[in-house]
Ligand binder design. Sequence first.
Ligand SMILES: [Zn+2]
Ligand SMILES: [Zn+2]
Length: 273
Amino acid sequence: MNAWICTTCGTQFSPSDSAPERCPICEDERQYIGRGGQKWTTLELMKADGYKNSYYEHEPNLIGIETVPEFAIGQNAKLIRTSEGNVLWDCISYIDDVTVDLIRGLGGIKFISISHPHFYSSMVEWAERFDARIYLHARDKQWVMRPSDRIEFWDRPQFSLTSEVTLVHVGGHFAGSTVLHWKTGADGRGVLLTGDTVSVSADPRWVSFMYSFPNRIPLSERAIDRIISRLEPLSFDRLYGTQFDSVVESDAKGAVMRSADRYIRALNRQDDR
Ligand SMILES: [Zn+2]
Ligand SMILES: [Zn+2]
């Protein structure tokens, strides 16, 4: 039996003899089926194809991890090192022995938490290799393609993993979309890790919010209002999105507030722009 991985979205499914017929995450209107149709791989095949993970130190105690060459939608995970155990924020499909050895050397992984289903990837594989627990928002339970008793679903506005790390439910892109607030990041000024729940724009003084990024479907004003009401009480100066270089280095809270205003103005504009 193989735990098959969808090559378009990177989601690993429960082990089965033959590849699944369909990928519900790619069939959803927020994603897409790859141009060549539905295709599958496995961790063994990825290893044989020469995939590797690479690492990037964003700031002390925050390390980005991504797969090269780029796989699926180019997901990126982030390891936050804390005195109460390390947190893996978001996840990627590829994991190998070198990845496990290197991360063990950094203290391993105690908690895995994921912004939304596009980053569920091989989360159960990662949890098993590191003997970690996975924390997902309950409103996205239907998108788990490999159930496991390592997964815990939480369902409230906030959920603290450690004294430094709190998950905050904001919704929007997915009903259960979550961001992670790291109180002691950015030299104590606070960090927000967002996946693509809040996405860093090409101009990194700005962020954006979307229901679907690949299919370019915006969110409603009501969804933006709720996201902002959940972020407003948090103090953070820096924001990390999905990629190594998607970072708002400073005044990130200001950037989020200005960007939400701009987004809502654009939604309500009555002219031809
Ligand atoms: Zn898929
Ligand atoms: Zn997404």
